[in-house]
Design a protein around this ligand. Structure first.
Ligand code: SF4
Length: 241
């Protein structure tokens, strides 16, 4: 059974016990349990403000709109994503959205011409996503994200609660279906990401995002043709900073 590192990264309930208790829980129950187990000062949501993000953010806001939300503003985001972020902050009353940018010195040193996404996308994701997330998570003991098992690939077997290096990671949408998400959007009259209407089904950075066909995996448009399926924030364990 997993336990966490010494203070300040301490959670009273072991991760395996939390996962067992929440395995069949609804997203709202998972987030409420995370808040109770961790506390608002030590718990953050990480959101891309992408095509399905409003569902997780809506459920989060219903539990507590003051839970911090981390957004990785890589410098390569679509303008539509930045506008959608601002729209959802307004609509949902999110009180603590933190837009994290890459370290300026790292950009100057490793990506001065803004073309690292083409020559070495793993290095680009490292300096624009993985390292900024590690800095953003420094004050937190646990984080919540919106991955779903139905997304397939490495996400097909995610638990509801898991150990992520020194932290706990909650996946409250692990069990949900596309229909569940559509129902959250419908019931709350949530706006779609502006690029959904033009055929984007999974949205990340502009250079690494393309449209996907309905017969394809919904993330097929990410890093298309590059042999890369994840940016690293879910495959590289976070560590204390
Ligand atoms: S998704 Fe593309 S542009 Fe964004 S950080 Fe990764 S490689 Fe760079």
């Amino acid at each position: 059974m997993s336990t966490l590192a010494a203070s300040p990264l301490v959670v009273e309930t072991p991760v395996a016990a939390l996962d067992a208790a929440l395995r069949m829980a609804a997203p709202r129950e998972v987030i409420a349990a995370a808040l109770q187990a961790i506390g608002r000062e030590r718990l953050a949501v990480v959101s891309s403000f992408g095509t399905e993000s409003a569902a997780l953010l809506k459920v989060t806001a219903d539990v507590d709109p003051a839970i911090p939300v981390i957004f990785l503003d890589t410098g390569h985001m679509f303008a539509e994503t930045l506008a959608y972020r601002d729209q959802l902050i307004e609509i949902l009353g999110l009180q603590d959205v933190r837009s994290m940018k890459p370290d300026a010195a790292a950009l100057a040193r490793e990506d001065a011409d803004n073309e690292l996404w083409f020559s070495d996308p793993d290095a680009c994701c490292r300096i624009r996503k993985v390292e900024p997330l590690a800095r953003a998570l420094a004050p937190f003991t646990a984080w919540i994200n919106g991955r779903k098992r139905f997304q397939g690939g490495l996400r097909a077997a995610i638990p509801v609660v898991e150990q992520d290096g020194a932290r706990v990671k909650f996946n409250p949408f692990a069990n949900v279906t596309r229909e569940d998400i559509a129902e959250i959007y419908r019931a709350a009259n949530l706006p779609q990401h502006p690029l959904v209407a033009s055929g984007f089904r999974s949205i990340g950075c502009m250079p690494c995002t393309s449209r996907s066909e309905s017969a394809e995996d919904e993330r097929a448009g990410r890093w298309r043709g590059r042999g890369k399926t994840e940016c690293g924030i879910h495959t590289v364990v976070t560590s204390p900073v």
